[in-house]
Design a binder for this molecule. Structure first.
Ligand code: PLP
Length: 387
């Protein structure tokens, strides 16, 4: 076997529980067998609870980005005005999809260490009441910040727009209420707070979103990215239904078991555990004299804590040292943020005080090894005081 990190505290995919690993290693099922349909239905029902929706949930077979790209493809009519909210890298990248499928972009942008201000969104809609779609990222994983979806989506709904939310790294770590908040298309992945394997793209789809998809001049059908195919071929009468393509059966079995683990722990408890780990990580960062990337602690996310790279420290070398010497994986700055920050991960089983303490201790030790003036124990001590 290949040597891998003993502790994967990256920004995802993250290490799974022993039970999730066992679920992943079960016999491969035939997707047309009734036994698999039963598991798939059960998994879908659990996802509805997880999303807090009584609407439809589909499970697309691919990484989370498939759901996000498909959401744009299936809903955007060429020429549609689409409001794209950008407070980080995933928000910035969403413009690619909007453009690719012919949308006309209206952008509200803020610095990558801040969150979107609802007043700016209200203003954008007041100036462009014909906006048809709004896309927003809930938790901007690369910069460790969150946007106030609970305030942003109701503004869009007031103006009759369809809302597309990237909740990939927020769900399970903080509240996500699809129905109450007016989220029309909510895209997630199992590889962040759920800590399952990354091969699925569960998507919650509202009635308004289905209508928008059906009303396109050329509705997207017979495509791997078609959400309507799933609706019309699978979410129809039970006697007539069949999957639009082969399901990733092992991934579904694992996701289903992972969702059982969520509800055994209690979704609220799981969220509280992630928030506590994030609070502890922030206390540790400040305790060792480093600075949080985010402008204010209120907008710091539950899944990863972004830390400004200290002056004179190459964050790539710091992470390499952590990996080579202590076999810990953490994430760095991604794209525009390269070299500017590193991220402490706390998702899934590692959203736990022991993992956070160990991570802080070894970051301190690594900085110390690299000659950076940090008092050993200062960060981990502050973190322990905070719990
Ligand atoms: C992880 C993640 C995704 C999934 O996409 P990858 O870049 O392939 O990991 C999408 N959006 C957000 C906010 C994520 O954190």
């Amino acid at each position: 076997m290949r040597e891998h990190a003993l502790f994967n505290m990256s920004s995802g995919p993250v290490q799974g529980s022993a039970r999730t690993l066992r679920a992943l290693s079960q016999q491969i099922l035939y997707h047309h067998d009734p036994e698999f349909a039963e598991i798939f239905d059960a998994c879908t029902g659990k996802l509805q609870r997880f999303f807090k929706t009584s609407g439809d949930v589909i499970i697309m077979q691919g990484e989370a980005l498939l759901g996000l790209e498909a959401a744009a493809f299936c809903t955007i009519e060429p020429g549609d005005k689409c409001l794209n909210l950008v407070s980080g890298i995933y928000g910035h990248l969403y413009a690619w999809y909007i453009e690719a499928f012919g949308g006309q972009i209206v952008e509200v942008r803020t610095d990558y260490n801040k969150a979107i201000d609802p007043a700016d969104v209200e203003k954008a809609f007041a100036e462009n009441p014909d906006i048809k779609i709004m896309a927003v990222v809930h938790s901007e994983t690369p910069s460790g910040t969150v946007n106030p979806i609970e305030e942003l989506c109701p503004i869009a709904k007031k103006y009759g727009a369809i809302t597309i939310v990237d909740a990939v790294s927020s769900i399970g770590g903080t509240e996500v209420n699809v129905d109450d908040w007016g989220v029309d298309i909510c895209c997630i992945g199992p590889q962040k707070c759920l800590a399952s394997s990354p091969g699925l793209a569960p998507v919650a789809v509202s009635e308004d979103a289905w209508e928008k998809m059906r009303n396109k001049s050329k509705p997207v059908r017979y495509s791997y990215m078609s959400m309507l195919d799933f609706k019309e071929q699978w979410l129809c009468e039970k006697e007539k239904r069949s999957f639009p393509y082969t399901m990733f059966t092992n991934e579904v079995v694992a996701l289903d078991d992972t969702l059982d683990q969520v509800f055994e722990e209690g979704l609220e408890n799981m969220i509280a555990r992630h928030k506590a780990a994030a609070r502890m990580a922030r206390a540790g960062v400040k305790g060792m004299g480093l600075s949080l990337w985010a402008d204010s602690e209120e907008i710091c996310g539950p899944c990863a804590t972004a830390v400004k790279a200290p002056d004179g420290v190459d964050e790539v070398k710091l992470r390499r040292h952590l990996y080579d010497t202590y076999r810990i994986t953490i994430s760095g700055g991604f794209r525009d943020l390269k070299g500017k920050l590193f991220r402490l991960g706390h998702m899934g089983p590692t959203a736990n005080p022991a993992y956070v303490a160990m991570q802080l201790a070894m970051v301190e030790k690594s900085l110390h090894d690299m000659g950076y003036p940090v008092k050993l124990g200062s960060g981990v001590g502050a973190a322990l005081e905070a719990i």
